[in-house]
Design a protein. Structure first.
Length: 360
């Protein structure tokens, strides 16, 4: 990621470090930007998480983070040239390093620039990259054994190719169908679905469930009609328990929701006037059975929006300028409701401990 003269930032932050200013955030849903009377989560930062890395390793940028079934937290990080930690690190909930692995190996093309990580229902670990030739998704067992590559490094075929990818950013695996949904991505403008074991193509779609269009429509214009296609990057994808697919169309500042077959359901816009890198970086769900809440990470505006999943309305938005050099890039939630974030432009990952809820 390029430094953008003070734009990125990210102190992902919910009522923990002290004084927070509320930033105006827009939704395209009817009603006010913040709903009063709903219950919203509270957090405190855990300054001891994670513990210092072994071997005097140095942490690089942390573009990807995920929580697994054990409430272990996985990060993919961009190793520094000397003394850098391995790319993939598994922590326990206390911040102790459990294992590390990753990097070039036989039978697969390791990304030149790491971007995303996802741990599926079988505890397999998926890795993506967004460097120049990074047109592949990799699947490993939890101990780092290579299992599958989808796509080919250095080869891309556009947003309607069924075999080649275009800088995929993120994945989510559906435990009901054993399908992997790929946010594809930094070059292509679509979601594409494959069998999670064989890599066989299943289906793909663009914004509103349309056939993807790779036409360059120019810079985002907040005063223009809502774009009919995704704008790169399609930055993240998540699947809810009730079978909805949430897609982060970052530079269009929106979250679009689909059924698993690509049928469009609804969308919401976050901070419509945001330019540059956009406002919808990553998303995760609260851990209650209904997944009542969505957490939207907005690194450009230094804020996190808490949304009601039933209507995509914003319940609250928390912001802080305490750490203006940081840029929160990804978020993960464990089974206890704790939030974990990864930041780029600064080598940091943090834990925000869930402290219950109060009325907004």
């Amino acid at each position: 990621m390029r430094r953008a003269h003070g734009l990125y930032l990210a102190a992902m932050v919910l009522s923990f470090i002290g004084a927070f200013g509320f930033l105006q955030t827009e939704s395209n849903k009817a009603g006010s930007a913040r709903l009063i009377g709903e219950r919203v989560p509270k957090f405190t930062v855990d300054p001891s998480w994670p513990k210092p890395l072994p071997n005097d390793w140095i942490l690089g940028e942390v573009p990807g983070i995920a929580a697994d079934s054990r409430d272990h937290v996985w990060i993919v990080q961009r190793p520094v040239a000397e003394g850098g930690a391995p790319p993939v690190i598994e922590f326990d909930s206390d911040g102790n390093v459990i294992q590390t692995w990753g990097g070039p190996g036989a039978g697969y093309d390791w990304p030149t620039t790491m971007h995303g990580i996802f741990v599926d229902y079988k505890d397999n670990v998926w890795v993506t990259g967004n460097g120049g030739p990074d047109h592949q998704v990799l699947k490993f067992s939890r101990d780092g054994t290579f299992l599958l590559q989808i796509g080919t490094a250095g080869k891309t075929g556009g947003s309607n190719d069924t075999k080649l990818l275009g800088k995929p950013t993120d994945v989510a695996v559906d435990s009901e169908t054993n399908e992997v949904y790929v946010a594809d991505g930094y070059q292509n403008k679509r979601v594409i679905v494959f069998d999670a074991d064989t890599g066989a193509y299943k289906r793909h779609w663009g914004a509103y469930g349309n056939r993807p269009d790779d036409t360059n429509h120019g810079p985002y214009d907040p005063s223009a009609p809502t774009p009919k296609q995704f704008r790169s990057p399609v930055h993240a994808v998540r699947i809810s328990h009730d079978g909805l697919v949430y897609v982060m169309d970052r530079q269009n500042n929106r979250i679009q929701v689909f059924r698993k077959d690509g049928t469009f359901v609804e969308e919401t816009v976050i901070a419509r006037r945001t330019l540059g890198f956009g406002s919808t970086f990553d998303i995760d769900f609260s851990p209650d059975p209904s997944q009542r809440l969505l957490y939207n990470v907005d690194g450009t505006n230094q804020q996190v929006s808490v949304l009601s999943r039933k209507n995509l309305r914003i319940l609250n938005t928390f912001a802080s300028g305490n750490d203006p050099e940081h840029w929160v890039h990804n978020v993960a939630v464990d089974s206890k409701g704790n939030l974990y974030t990864g930041e780029v432009n600064k080598p940091r990952t943090r834990k925000f401990v869930y402290q219950g809820e109060s009325e907004s």
